[in-house]
Structure formats: structure tokens, C-alpha cells
Design a protein around this ligand. Structure first.
Ligand code: GAP
Length: 474
């Protein structure tokens, strides 16, 4: 767990200042629930996607990829249950006109929303969390799908939806992928892409947004093997979070009790992360039986079963679905990486101290902010500096190293300011390694390699440095 207790405000301020995350449409006052990722944020997200794709698809024999369209036939959402059932209970304050998710409003006030079949009721005493009034409307179901029209005529027959999850694109292409990929059950289809939900109450920075990205795997299995594959994927996914640098003690599992499971599901586990605003879901791993494929068979009239030629068995496969959000993982990584430290000035023997949030560094110390990303996830991997910018020999050598390294990893070249300030700028964006070209480089082809976390520097031959970086970063 990150020992530094970061607040969302200080994180958001760094993310804006250094170009990780911006408010969408900021010059027009912003739009609630939408976010843009700046130069560093988009590298961070790309690293998350690449790490997932590498481990879930590329390095496995039994998973293939898909990139389906965002707008699909509206029948898909009838079959999946999203048109009838994908709704959150919404409540309005009659005094200040603010709108809330009824279940969240109750939860914040230590109560539970009362559900009676498909209707909802607020328990006694609930208040508007903005103005305190008790004059609230009866909660009603609000469908979260964004509606649009396909073609020039805006009538009911042209209604379509922006997908609220990537999963249904996978189910709808199950038979095509099966017949073209030469896969046999058990096997999976993976997809990364945008999803859209008209959330009633987007909040906690990027955590609950209206446009976000999912990484979903539908792993098709033989009926009866659900429990073992579900356990397998829960463990795989937890291991993966470790591989991108989230410490085990910041992650927990939420195992759904039977009464909270959808009627067709046999198990569901959420991977939870300790965010500054509480322990919240990063990913859900559900054993969904054959609900989705059966429903598509029923609504499309096209068979969705699988024939096992070796055993002569025919069945509609069951599925285990690990479903993760790129933006939530990015937020977890940012929260986990952020720390402020106090560094001893002119005293190599003294230790670096973790700063106390909101306090000044004590006498003899200076402050630095560090993003301690794992190298696999860091947006910039290596920064290259010539010691002085007015010495052409140093600049030329540094530039040539930078040109070489950037072919392999996102790198940064910086000549501006004192070397200490250049290191600090890289610490603040989480660059794990700094390489400095100095006068000794010109004599013996060595450079200094600075480690972001320990701030220690070692002298290395340029050939050995290349080998070290490839070993650490590839
Ligand atoms: N196909 C299953 C499915 O979509 P979900 O729990 O609704 O399940 C899966 O979503 C993941 O997508 C979540 O664990 C979360 O990481 C991400 N996610 C869902 N809604 C989100 C939102 N409004 N903003 C950001 N991420 C979201």
C-alpha cells in the first residue's frame, strides 16, 4: 500500500500541471463525466492496454482478439437485457433540483434503498445531500444507455445505442470467431474499447465517468467447469495487477454472496483497490453461465452452440468474464504512485523521509514529488541529459543516445536548467531512469545512470547501459 496518503486534489493538480489528465472541453467550462488524457496520460493508458493485451492475448494460445463496432444492432441490447434492465434508481431534490443515485444517497446516510420488485422506495428520514431538504421525489429507474439515431431520419426505427460495455460485441461475433480462429473450447475472445454510460452522478475524478474504456475477456468453457475456471481467472487477474505495480496489500477481493448474484451467474468476484475515497471496484470477474449466448440465440434465431468433434458433444458454452476498466486502473496507478518526500540537503548520509501531507520540509531538507510507477507502466522510461547545453560535444552525444533509445521506449530529452532541476521534473512524472552525458563520457564512453527512487547514480559503459535498459524495460 502506498504509505503516502494522497488526496484527490493534490493528485488532480499534478495530473493537470504535468499533462496526465485534463477536463474535457475545459475552454468551454467542461462537461461533467468526460475527461481527456494529455501526453503523459495517453502513454500511461497505452501501457495499461499493452500490458493487458500482452498477458491476456499475445502470450496465450487460447485467447484471440476482436475489435467490434461501438454502435450495433439495437436487438443486441434487448437480448442482453440492457434495454429493459440497465438502469440506476434516480432521485431528485424538489428544492435545489439536484439529482442523485438513490442507492448512493441512502448509503451515504447509513441506510439502504428499499427495492420492491422493479420499483424503489427511500427509507424514512433521507435528506438531499446538497441542501439538506427532505423533499425528495420517489426514486425511478433511469436507463444508462446513450441513445442516438442511425441515418438521416430521427424516428423510433432509427434508434441505436452507444455500447455500455464491450462484452456484447464479443458474444455477437462468437460464431464468426469460432469458425475462423481454429480455437476449441475452452478459449477466450478479448476486446479493448470505449464504453458509454449516462451515469446519474459521475464522481471521484475519473473513477465514474460517462465515457470510459474497458478491457474485457469472454472465456468460453464447457458447462460444469465454471467454478474451476472462475477461480483460475480471479488468481490470474490478481497476479496481473501485481505485475503492473499495484501492491498486494492495496488489493482485496469482494466475493458476491448468493443473494447479490444475477439469476444466471454462479459466482462473481470484484477486484477492489484502496482509493483515497474508499475501497472500490477495479474489475469484476463473473461466471455468467450461458445466459448471453442463449439470449442471442433466442433473439437472432441463429444457433450459438459448439460441437466438440472428439466427444460428439454439442452445447452452448458457459462463460467466465473478467471485465476491467482502463481509466480506473490508470487512476489506481496514479494514486499508488504519488508521494512527496523530504530530501536531505548536502548530506549524503541522511535518509530520504516521506513527507507529511500539507507540511513544509524541515530545516536542512527540501521537498520533491515522485510518481513511483513500475517501469512497465511509466509513461516515459528514460530521460537523457547533456550536463551542459552550451557544449556541442555533450549535446551531440546525448542527442545521439536519445535518438537510439527512443526507437525502443518513450524517452525524454532535456537540456534546460540545472541538472538537479531536470532530475526533479522527471521524478514528478515518474521516469525511472535518467542518463547524463558529461565530460568523462567524451573520454571513456561512460555515462551516469540515475535511479528515480534511490536517487543514486552509477557510472556505466554505454554498451552495458543499453543491455541493462533492454533487460529492465523490454
Ligand atoms: N461486461 C461486464 C461489465 O461491464 P461492469 O462491472 O459494469 O461489468 C466492468 O464494468 C468494469 O468497467 C468496472 O469494473 C470498471 O472498471 C469499468 N467501469 C464501469 N463503469 C464505469 C464508469 N462509469 N467509469 C469508469 N469505469 C467504469
Amino acid at each position: 500500500m502506498n504509505p503516502y496518503k494522497v488526496t484527490l486534489d493534490s493528485l488532480a493538480s499534478l495530473c493537470k500541471r504535468r499533462g496526465f489528465i485534463f477536463q474535457s472541453s475545459e475552454i468551454y467550462g467542461g462537461i461533467n463525466g468526460f475527461w481527456d488524457y494529455g501526453p503523459l496520460g495517453c502513454e500511461l493508458k497505452r501501457n495499461i492496454r499493452n500490458a493487458w493485451w500482452k498477458d491476456v492475448v499475445q502470450c496465450r494460445d487460447d485467447v484471440v482478439g476482436l475489435d467490434s463496432s461501438i454502435i450495433m444492432h439495437p436487438k443486441i441490447w434487448e437480448a442482453s437485457g440492457h434495454i429493459g434492465g440497465f438502469a440506476d434508481p434516480m432521485v431528485d431534490c424538489k428544492v435545489c433540483k439536484k439529482r442523485f443515485r438513490a442507492d448512493q444517497l441512502c448509503e451515504e446516510q447509513g441506510a439502504k434503498l428499499i427495492t420492491e420488485g422493479s420499483t424503489f422506495r427511500l427509507p424514512e428520514g433521507m435528506k438531499c445531500s446538497a441542501c439538506g431538504s427532505k423533499d425528495l421525489t420517489t426514486p425511478k429507474a433511469f436507463n444508462l444507455m446513450f441513445k442516438t439515431f442511425v441515418g438521416p431520419v430521427e424516428d423510433e426505427s432509427a434508434v441505436a445505442y452507444l455500447r455500455p460495455e464491450t462484452a456484447q460485441g464479443i458474444f455477437a461475433q462468437f460464431t464468426n470467431v469460432l469458425s475462423t480462429s481454429r480455437q476449441k473450447v475452452p478459449f477466450g475472445i478479448a476486446q479493448i474499447g470505449k464504453a458509454f454510460r449516462n451515469e446519474i452522478n459521475p464522481r471521484n475524478y475519473t473513477f465514474r465517468s460517462r465515457e470510459f474504456e474497458q478491457m474485457e475477456l469472454e472465456f468460453f468453457i464447457k458447462p460444469g467447469t465454471d467454478a474451476e475456471w472462475h477461480e483460475y481467472w480471479v488468481n490470474e487477474r490478481l497476479r496481473w495487477y501485481g505485475s503492473i505495480g499495484l501492491p498486494a496489500d492495496s488489493l482485496t477481493r469482494y466475493v458476491y454472496p448468493k443473494e447479490e448474484l444475477a439469476h444466471y451467474a454462479s459466482a462473481c468476484v470484484d477486484v477492489m483497490f484502496a482509493f483515497p475515497f474508499g475501497v472500490q471496484e477495479l474489475e469484476g470477474i463473473a461466471a455468467r453461465g450461458n445466459f448471453d449466448l442463449s439470449r442471442h440465440q433466442e433473439f437472432s434465431g441463429k444457433p450459438q452452440d459448439y460441437f466438440n468433434q472428439e466427444t460428439n458433444e454439442k452445447f452452448i458454452p458457459h462463460v467466465v468474464e473478467p471485465s476491467a476498466g482502463v481509466d480506473r486502473i490508470a487512476l489506481a496507478l496514479l494514486c499508488n504512485a504519488y508521494r512527496e518526500e523530504w530530501l536531505p540537503k548536502d548530506n549524503e548520509a541522511a535518509e530520504i523521509i516521506l513527507a507529511e501531507p500539507g507540511k513544509q520540509a524541515p530545516a536542512g531538507y527540501e521537498a520533491r514529488t515522485v510518481m513511483g510507477f513500475a517501469p512497465r507502466i511509466a509513461p516515459v522510461k528514460v530521460a537523457v541529459f547533456p550536463l551542459l547545453k552550451n557544449k556541442p560535444e555533450l549535446v551531440e552525444k546525448a542527442r545521439s543516445l536519445f535518438t537510439d533509445y527512443r526507437r525502443y521506449w518513450p524517452c525524454f530529452y532535456d537540456v534546460t536548467g540545472a541538472i538537479g532541476r531536470r532530475y526533479r521534473r522527471q521524478d514528478e512524472i515518474g521516469t525511472p531512469f535518467g542518463v547524463t552525458v558529461d565530460f568523462q563520457t567524451l573520454q571513456d564512453d561512460t555515462v551516469t545512470l540515475r535511479d528515480r527512487d534511490t536517487m543514486k547514480q552509477e557510472r556505466l559503459k554505454i554498451v552495458d547501459l543499453g543491455a541493462f535498459l533492454h533487460k529492465t524495460l523490454d
